[in-house]
Design a binder for this molecule. Structure first.
Ligand code: T3D
Length: 254
């Protein structure tokens, strides 16, 4: 973890193994998101990987060639799903900065972020079907919502590597930056996110999650409740003042 201004970087740091995920890393990842959610000086979070990979999914060598079938479900429940919940419940914007290949659960974790940027040398690799596994860590939930059912199904079954052009064209990522200077470009993007009205962003995140599954009436009731809460923030007052002064608002996250 590293703090750069108002941006907290959470970095997979096992480059010699393409950042393949171990039990210890997953536990630390959940803790890192929970801690960043609480920290008052954090207004945006970047998830990134050291070395040539963003993240290559579960460390397959830790599982061995013939793991017990129950291992998978147990691991998802104990380690992967708590990370996803921590990401969803974090009220701050999460940016996946995909500087290298994102495979299997590495791709899933990037999908669970609120925003994605990638380097022009990176790629997404769904990977699961090569092991005759269903896509997990939320991929079946997030991917069709981002790129549509048909394309998601094709990528999950037939797809090899999804490169920057395709990722940008299909809305899988928000920006592609050159590999040289990628980290600085990702930090600049994250600073833009950190300058948003942070409390209102947290409310938007909750509202979007509610609207995904609730009937319209319930979603509208939730919207009413959240709008009153947003209107009570200091940033709302700053936005209104700036509007009438015909200036750009500066938000403080309060
Ligand atoms: O309970 C559960 O369900 C558990 C949760 C599971 C979630 C998952 O993530 S399952 C999917 C796991 N991930 C994969 O299947 C990805 C496997 N890796 C690949 O497809 C490719 O390696 C990459 C697309 C990531 C990169 O390809 P490339 O050509 O750039 O590199 P490479 O030569 O294939 O890999 C470089 C090294 O990294 C290589 O080791 P070596 O030969 O140099 O000693 C390779 O074995 C190792 N490596 C890559 N991915 C993993 C890995 N080692 C362990 N685990 C990995 N996931």
């Amino acid at each position: 973890m590293e703090q750069r201004g108002a941006v907290r970087w959470i970095v997979f740091n096992r480059p010699e193994a393409m950042n393949a995920l171990t039990d210890v890393m997953l536990e630390a990842l959940e803790r890192a998101f929970r801690e960043a959610a609480r920290a008052e000086d954090v207004r945006a979070i970047v998830l990134a990987g050291r070395g040539r990979a963003f993240q290559a999914g579960q460390d397959l060598s830790a599982l061995g060639e013939a793991p017990e079938p129950e291992t998978y479900g147990a691991l998802l429940k104990k380690r992967y799903h708590p990370v996803l919940r921590a990401m969803r419940e974090t009220p701050k914007p999460i940016l996946a900065a995909v500087g290298g290949v994102a495979a299997g659960a590495g791709m899933s974790l990037a999908l669970a972020a609120d925003f994605r940027v990638m380097s022009d040398r990176a790629a997404f690799v769904p990977a699961f079907f090569k092991l005759a596994l269903v896509p997990d860590t939320g991929m079946a939930y997030f991917l069709p919502r981002l790129v549509g059912f048909g394309r998601a199904l094709e990528w999950m079954t037939l797809g090899g590597r999804i490169g920057p052009d395709e990722a940008l064209r299909t809305g899988l990522v928000h920006r592609v930056f050159p590999a040289d200077g990628f980290e600085s470009a990702a930090q600049a993007f994250a600073e833009t996110l950190a300058a948003l009205p942070t409390k209102t962003f947290g409310m938007l995140k909750r509202l979007l999650q509610k609207a995904e599954a609730a009937p319209l009436g319930e979603a509208l009731a939730y919207e009413r409740m959240l709008q009153s809460a947003a209107a009570a923030t200091e940033d709302h007052r700053r936005g209104m003042t700036a509007f009438f002064a015909k200036t750009e608002p500066t938000f403080t996250g309060r």
